[in-house]
Design a binder for this molecule. Sequence first.
Ligand code: ANZ
Ligand code: ZN
Length: 707
Amino acid sequence: MGHPKGYIAEDIHARFLRMNGKEVLYTMGWDAFGLPTENYAIKVGKSPQEVAKANIKNFKRQIKMFGLSYDWNREINTSSPEYYKWTQWIFLQLFKSGLAYQKLAKVNWCPKDQTVLANEQVVDGCCERCGAEIIQKEMKQWFFKITDYADRLLSDLNGLDWPEETKKRQEDWVGRSEGAEVDFMVKNYESRIKVFTTRPDTIFSATYLVLAPEHELIEKLKSQVKNWNEIEKYINETKKKTELERKKEEKEKTGVELKGVHAINPANKEEISVWIADYVLESYGTGAIMAVPAHDQRDFEFAEKFNLPISNAPLVSKEEAVKLSGGIKKINYKLRDWSVSRQRYWGVPIPIIYCEKCGVVLVSENDLPVKLPLLKDYRPKGKPPLAGSEKFMKVKCPKCGKDAKRDPETLDTFVDSSWYYLRYTDPKNKKEFASKDKLKHWLPIDLYVIGAEHTTAHLLYARFITKFLHDKGYLNFKEPFLKLRHQGMILGPDGRRMSKRWGNVINPDDVIAEYGADTARLYEMFMGPFEQGGPWDKKSIVGIKRFLDRVAKFELNKVEDKSAIHKLIKKIGEDIKVFKFNTAIAAFMEYYQYHNMDKRDFEIFLKLLAPFAPHLAEERWQQLGHKKSIHLEKWPEYNPKLIEDETLEFIVQINGKVRDKFEINKNVSQKDVETLVFSREKIKIALSGKVPQKIIFVPKRLINLVV
Ligand code: ANZ
Ligand code: ZN
């Protein structure tokens, strides 16, 4: 019951927009490649193809039960050759633009899943899929050069209607940092140590240098180092630690001096000591720092521990400091290129051929898709399963025609999902991933609802690929998702994350069998603010069921309050627009409890309810004698004259400063306001016994107490 929450919200929105006369593209597809399916298939001893097919069938059945109004003509499946042909095509375009490349790199290796993972898939040093501890392994890998887009991934966040928290997390992930690179000469040695600093202005207070234990210079300095054994021991200890552990601020600082090695501070020419310590990371900046204990907390802790000098020389403005120490200005990013090779079977084959004579050769676009063959044994064994299939591997070089070999790896599934939304506009197109007209007609996406866990992976990758395709002239927009909302996570009744392990999983089949689909929909939307999560609560689902049961049996009567239904129209429409589904449902219930409805008002009520409870609304609509579906009706309009608010927000000031606010009837007298104000806790505290000398009262707006 966790997944449907976002879907139901989107469905309400889609139905609401359709009733408002909008043309709505609302779709569902299957991101079917990847580890979850493959691991499950291995467990049950079936092929991933079979498993994916059966799961899709089941999900589709459940989705249909919920009454989600998808356009099934546009259904896509990322593991179908018709789809992944275009994933491969995008790979080729990236390659041709120099944005897909191979390099030998330390990669995150999951020893259990026997595959490489992207940084984004490593959570607290562990595999996000299976929880195994990740080790670092050196391998030749395909990368996408997302770092070329770092600046645009930052600046283009500006125009987006996304949760601020999400924008901030992407910003931090890209991690732009302005600073300088400065060289420190090594004494008596033809070498220099390059450091990256964001505070060149503190260089006169730099009292020692620190290298990451993996720094390549260390090995070269071996002959000078007097305590090599100690150094080697420390380097080996560091290898066991994950980057995350090393980055922890509160971590006890450790390190070893490179005895016999000294460097010269280029600003003041002073001789300083050189250390290695694991709080300096190989992968960031230059892998070396100038330590300034007077200004940097980590350096300070380190200096205290090892009795290193702490100097507090005057700051020099930044530009000048860079100049006089012979450095250069430099911008660094935390963002790394996206590693996309996976040594697993269940994914998109990489459209690359290796020829002894011609080297790395692209598969010709006419030969796409490179189809994933059926393999009897597709289990991972440390090398890609496809490498074991001679039939797959053997190919003629497209350039010289000689025998060559295919790339046996597959693409990260995040590549599949980085562009899928484009395909919905034109899912059956055989000539292009989608026609220009259709892309232009439908996109970019106006509303995207997805879990916050996608912030630093899918949401970033999709933005990158969109920008790339835009730059190549395929898209006329640069951002894929204009408005983004996250659904809060539904927890088990025990307050824990739903998981088989805890036996607290709530299954849609059971819920719908017991309460019906409309109750399930309303309940999920009523659980609290949409962005907030919370535990499944059996008691409150019963309350929803009772409400819908009453609507199912409602009998028409006479209306006294002509304006009430207009207020409801306004409230429901406004709440849907801003994702306040819970307050909309509360408004339905309150209205229902306190008001009678004649046929006209009940018809309006049903139209408003239709996006939320589509089945019940339709049934009651037909019972009223209508032949056409309620879902083809127009959204009701309200008469603004009938719903002028009787309440307004009243402001309480003390000496002209706002101290309190409350909702009150707009025709309230000064005396009533005063009585209320003096009884309010906030005001009592603010006055602390003082009696106002003067009271200024502005009707319908504010009261100001002068003390
Ligand atoms: C001297 C200094 C003085 C620094 C000061 C900071 C404050 P961000 O903002 O994250 O870019 N640093 C550089 N490379 C590093 C590495 N590979 N591992 C660990 N720390 C590294 O931080 C840049 C600052 O982090 C750099 O500026 C450097 O310390 C450190 F008062 O240089 B600073
Ligand atoms: Zn060749």
